[in-house]
Each structure stands twice: as C-alpha cells, then as structure tokens.
Design a protein around this ligand. Sequence first.
Ligand SMILES: [Zn+2]
Length: 370
Amino acid sequence: MQQMQQNDNNTQRAKDYQKQQLKLNLLEEICTLLFLIIWVKISPYFVDKIPLQGYWLLIALAGALYISYQLALFIFDYLAGYQLEHKYQLSNETFSAWLWRHTKMIILSGVFLGILVILLYTALWHLKYWYLWCWAGWMIFTVLIAQIFPVIILPIFYKSTPLENETLLNRFRELAKTIGMNIEGIYSLELSKSTKKANAMLTGLGSTRRVLLGDTLLDNLSQKEIEVVFAHELGHHAHRHSFKLLTLNAVISIILFSLFYLILSQYAGSDPQTMKISIQQLPLIALVMSIFSFLSRPAINAISRYFENQSDRFALELTNNSDAFITAFEKLADQNLADPDPSTLVVWMYYDHPPIRDRIAMAKSGKSQI
Ligand SMILES: [Zn+2]
C-alpha cells in the first residue's frame, strides 16, 4: 500500500515536471517567433542608421540580433535550465557554475552561427551558384562538427575519461564481437557535476567514434542493465544511424536552402546597394529557419524514434535479457523524471526517443512500437 502511494507520488511529480518543461518550451518558441518578427520589421531601419557597409554591417546586424535574442530569452534558459531542475532536485549545480556553462554555450553557438552567416553572404555576393555552394558547405560543416564533437566540443562542457571497469569492458567487447565490431572508445562522461539525470550516447565519426556513458547512469544501474544500454548504442552503430541521419540532413537542408534561394536570389551579386538589402533579410532568414524547424520537427522526431526503436530491438536481441532492459528503463524513467504517459501531440512535437512506457511495453510484448 505504501509502495503504491510512493509510485503515485513519483508519477505525479514526473508529470508536473514534464508539464512545466513543456509550458516553458512552448512559451519560448512563441517568444522566439515574436522576437524575430519584430526584428524583420526593424532591420531596414537598423541597416539604414548604422554607418557601416559590407561585412562590417553584416557582422553588426548579426551580432545585435544574436545578443539581443540571448538577453531577451535568457529568462527561459534560466527557468528551464536552472530553476526547474533545482525545484525537482534534478541538479545541485551552483548558479555560477550553471551560468558559466550557459555562457560558454552561447559563445560557442555565436561563433558557429557567425561563421555560417559570413559564409552564406560571401557565397551570395561572390559566387554564381551560391545556394549549391552553401548546401555543400553546410554538409561539410555538419560532418566536421560530428567528427570533432567528442574530442573538441564536448570537453568544453563535460569531462570524459576512458572507462576503467575491466569486468564491464570485457563484457562490452564480447557483445561488440558477436556482431563483428571492434569497439575501443568507451568513456565515462562526468554528468554528475551538473545533473542527476542519466544519459548515454554513441558519438563522433571515423576515428573519433565512441560510446559515452554518463557517470550518473553507471552509478545507478546494475551491470546487466548497463550492458543493455551499451547494446542499444551498438544498435545505432550496427544500423548505421549516423550515416542515415546525415543523409536525412542532406535532404532537409535542400528544402531549407531552396527557401533561402527564394528570399535572397534577387539580391545576389556584389553591388553595394543590393548587398545592403540582402543584409536586411537576415532576421527573415532566421524567422524562416525557426518556422521550418518547428514544422519539420514531427517528421524528424518520428524518424528518430524509429531509429531508437530499432536500437532497442537490437539491444534486446543481442543481450537476450528483457528483464534487465525493463528494469534499466524503469530506473532511467525514475531518475530522469520521465512522463510515464505523454499525450500523442507532445510525443510528435518533443520526443526524439519513444516514451519509456512504449519501450518497456515493447520489451514485454516482444513486438515493436514507435
Ligand atoms: Zn539511442
């Protein structure tokens, strides 16, 4: 009886937490749209009033847009990223540590976005088939980021160390060997400094490819359960999901660059007057991107959930241990305060992994579900 009461309390707590996260996400998305619409309206005045030209004008507008956006929407980052996590005891990170991590993220994204904007306009002003160059450049950029992510980007935020638990490592090698894979890079990721939530991922490309297991996950799950999570990550490798996601990115970015073409093609070339008008379109490009990402999200999430489901089934087949799979996901749901029963609409819009109830139900029935 007491156990049931405890479960009910946990379920209610998870539901409340997810509901508040969802509310903040939605509000942030609406505010982003409004913010960008305002910038679309004011950018002609901004471009007119600033006594700069060419690249300097572009950098001034891009900088003003980015910094004002970060300041205006900081409240959502604080509420969702810090306040809510503390309210539900999911983090004991100090405010200054959180702020520092958040600032690093803003600086890094700003640098990447800045480089992309400069490359886009350089192509527009100086190259004949600028949209094709941009698309090719974007694909190279994506591959490069995927490659350097675990060795350059992730260490800026979290420390990772090679896993030292020999018993686990031997078991992982055994599992990998049964599918003819030679896994070398298995790391423990120090998440516990900033969160109590557990996570694992397969990341990197080529020589940087590795499996990362959060220390929060390693500490909370039994060996058999960790094996199931590891086997799930192997499933992504075996099903070549990274390659498939890159292909998906190629298709999606073709649509996005076609939209950019519609907005910018009339301003191609290096005439100073048309250059100025092209710069003015930057907030409109940001607005189109954010509407596009909102509208395309259900399809992308559905594909992602399909891949996750494939990896789950792979893990079940490889380990042949559905009991460990079920208890692992029960523990993870509890640890991450996952909503046990999210609505279909919420799943479509926000879930790139199947809800945990579906993953457990799949393991119980042996059938696949998305
Ligand atoms: Zn996965």
